[in-house]
Design a protein around this ligand. Structure first.
Ligand SMILES: Cc1cc2nc3c(=O)[nH]c(=O)nc-3n(C[C@H](O)[C@H](O)[C@H](O)COP(=O)(O)OP(=O)(O)OC[C@H]3O[C@@H](n4cnc5c(N)ncnc54)[C@H](O)[C@@H]3O)c2cc1C
Length: 407
């Protein structure tokens, strides 16, 4: 594979972070000629994102042989502590391929390991190059137009252009990828990094219309974050620092106290997003990661979602270009697989992001869960992409938990 084509590349991937770099690496490892383009240079931060990685994402890194350099700089996390409307649930998310660890590496650490692995596998990386348009022939995408940072324009061609260029994807816009579902921004995150916080677990606080979370990250720092509903976030623009501290004091007083004695080692970041699902492919183009589906960050499913779609896409493109199946067929299958797996988690995430007060029945369930680590772990699995939210909240399952542990 990878020789004798009319173009120098089998695939062009736009965007070289959580989705694009692994996809490039996996294609290059199969002998395909890959061009990986990003407007950023690496290593660099991705400032619109916190970075908790569930066991599923960690298991992928391990399988790809990339966990070691990340683990060397980042605290491993086993325990999750979820304060769900005053009910404190403690446990471990379900293992994936034997891995129970979560990690929360800074993005300049994670993304650099991913990009370097793609290059090591044989992908050509072009940094500081912005894709501005797609090249079409007979309604089929056959390449990209791009601009280097010095303004020099260039065109490259390949049988498939993969958009891994995040929510504002130029590939999606130029290909006119249809938006199938859209949820406006509901809530937002404010966060920063501290040294000297004594924390060895993931802490999540979900209260009516308010939340907070914290986890140790890379190089001895701990991320501490507050959730504000979007209207509050807009109002708080004048003094986000005050809003951050006030929210922590309200829902997580122990975290507020801990950072009071700690050293803040980075600025205060702010981020929020609308959620959407886009059509994932068309003739000569396809979307992976956030370019194709964006969820509210409340369930931290973006990075594992990027890894999964990168892996599925790499397999699809390798099959499509080998002649085993048509490219259009494998891309249609990719989209069906993405939607079948992700849509239940997409809907669940959209509901959680509303931070709605629990109904009396939900409150009984959450109280009952305090007595059952196994069911708590399965609830964590609905967040961590291993257990179906629909199955967990199915009336029969809820009745079983209440009968065994309810009061
Ligand atoms: C506030 C917030 C908090 C989050 N917290 C978490 C979390 O804790 N855990 C988690 O798993 N997920 C989290 N996410 C989601 C996570 O950040 C994303 O899902 C993840 O970054 C998606 O990776 P990606 O590679 O698809 O896109 P991105 O990480 O957005 O990367 C896209 C890349 O494409 C490049 N690019 C864009 N346009 C062009 C162009 N025209 N030409 C060339 N290059 C281009 C960009 O420079 C960038 O490098 C959070 C998101 C938000 C908004």
């Amino acid at each position: 594979m990878g020789s004798g084509g009319a173009t120098p590349y089998d695939a062009i991937i736009v965007g070289a972070r959580c989705a694009g770099a692994p996809c490039a690496m996996l294609l290059a490892r199969q002998g395909l000629r890959v061009l990986l383009i990003d407007r950023d240079r690496f290593p660099s931060n991705m400032p619109q994102s916190t970075h908790l990685m569930h066991p599923l994402a960690v298991a992928k890194l391990k399988a790809w042989g990339l966990l070691e350099p990340i683990a060397a700089r980042t605290t491993p996390l086993t325990n999750w502590r979820l304060d769900l409307y005053g009910n404190v649930l403690v446990g471990v998310p379900p293992p994936v391929n034997g891995n129970v660890l979560s990690f929360a590496p800074r993005r300049h650490v994670l993304d650099d390991v991913l990009v370097r692995a793609a290059v090591k596998a044989g992908a050509e990386l072009r940094e500081a190059s912005t894709v501005t348009n797609l090249v079409f022939e007979d309604d089929r995408v056959v390449g990209i137009e791009a601009r280097e940072c010095n303004g020099k324009k260039f065109i490259e061609r390949a049988p498939i252009v993969i958009g891994a260029d995040g929510p504002g994807s130029v590939v999606a816009h130029r290909a006119k990828a249809q938006e199938i579902d859209v949820v406006p921004i509901v809530q937002s995150n404010l966060w920063s990094y501290f040294e000297g916080v004594s924390l060895d677990e993931v802490q999540l606080y979900v209260h009516p219309k308010a939340g907070a979370f914290a986890f140790p990250s890379s190089d001895g720092s701990t991320l501490v974050a507050a959730n504000l509903m979007y209207a509050e976030f807009i109002t708080a623009k004048a003094d986000r620092s005050a809003a951050f501290c006030a929210r922590l004091r309200q829902v997580a007083p122990s975290l507020a106290a801990a950072i009071g004695h700690a050293k803040q080692v980075d600025r205060l970041y702010a981020g929020c997003t609308r959620a959407f699902v886009r059509k994932a492919w068309g003739p000569g183009w396809a979307l992976i990661g956030d370019a194709g589906m964006k969820k509210d960050p409340v369930t931290a499913q973006g990075i594992p979602g990027a890894f999964l779609t990168a892996e599925w896409m790499a397999q699809a493109v390798a099959d499509g270009l080998s002649g085993r199946q048509s490219l259009d067929r494998v891309l249609a299958d990719y989209e069906a697989k993405r939607d079948a797996f992700m849509m239940p988690f997409y809907s669940f995430t959209a509901r959680l992001a509303e931070f709605n007060p629990p109904s009396p029945d939900q409150d009984r369930l959450y109280r009952a869960l305090r007595a059952t680590p196994t069911d708590t772990s399965e609830l964590f699995g609905a967040v961590a992409l291993t257990h179906s939210p629909a199955a967990f909240f199915a009336p029969d399952n809820v009745r079983r938990i209440l009968a065994a542990y309810g009061h």
